[in-house]
Write a new protein. Structure first.
Length: 225
């Protein structure tokens, strides 16, 4: 007898992963747009940081994002383990993999790990010294919690940080280009007409988001020279 709970099935887990994944695409688009403001006006960027800060709506948003991320990572890990157990030793035979399966598709978990580690570094360098610092009532030597421009200029003046961020953004790009269209496929948009369009849209959205983030990093590094 089948389990009536949707989330107990592989399809249910993939569906929830798709919903949380699409939510993160929207968040990244907003975050990239917000950060891009720094290129044109550090003062306006700081005004945005001050507006968000540790206000209740920002804290609620942060909690929702954190919960969604935990769910996404948890189900990604569960599905990866289940898939490897189901394939058994076949996973080591490259000949059983369809030629049409992209590199990103076969390495989504590894890319996810890189994204996760990069996020940890990002949270340490920015969130812990801005929103968390405002909550705790502390001020970092780099700058005040609302002085996001100071943190951008400080961290991205360091070559090793720039290199790490570029690697992180490449991993995010691959993750997004596969994850975006795959999410819609899971939700039923899997006909040939829409798949080709969604794959193209995935590349465009992922490129815009990652280029926007990279532009901030490179601009800050160039300004520090």
């Amino acid at each position: 007898m089948s389990n009536p709970c949707l989330l107990s099935s592989s399809i249910g887990k993939k569906f929830l992963m798709s919903i949380t994944g699409l939510f993160f695409v929207l968040f990244l688009a907003f975050h990239a747009t917000m950060n891009a403001v720094h290129i044109f006006s550090p003062e306006d960027y700081n005004a945005i940081c001050k507006f968000l800060g540790a206000n209740w709506y920002a804290l609620v948003g942060t909690a929702v994002i954190a919960l969604g991320f935990i769910i996404h990572i948890a189900y990604a890990t569960i599905l990866t383990i289940q898939n490897r157990k189901a394939r058994g030793t076949d996973r080591y035979d490259s000949e059983v993999r369809p030629a049409s399966v992209e590199w990103a598709s076969k390495n989504m978990f590894a890319l996810g790990v890189i994204v996760f580690l990069g996020l940890g570094l990002h949270l340490y360098m920015f969130w812990s010294k801005m929103q968390l610092a405002e909550i705790m009532g502390t001020v970092d030597a780099i700058g005040a919690p609302a002085d996001g421009s100071a943190f951008i200029m400080y961290w991205f003046s360091k070559p090793w940080v720039v290199v790490v961020y570029m690697v992180w953004l490449v991993a995010i790009w691959f993750h997004l280009t596969h994850g975006f269209w795959s999410a819609f496929q899971t939700m039923g948009w899997n006909n040939k007409t829409w798949m080709s369009r969604l794959r193209c849209l995935s590349d465009i959205i992922a490129t815009i988001i990652c280029v926007a983030f990279a532009a901030v990093v490179i601009a800050a590094f160039c300004m520090s020279l």
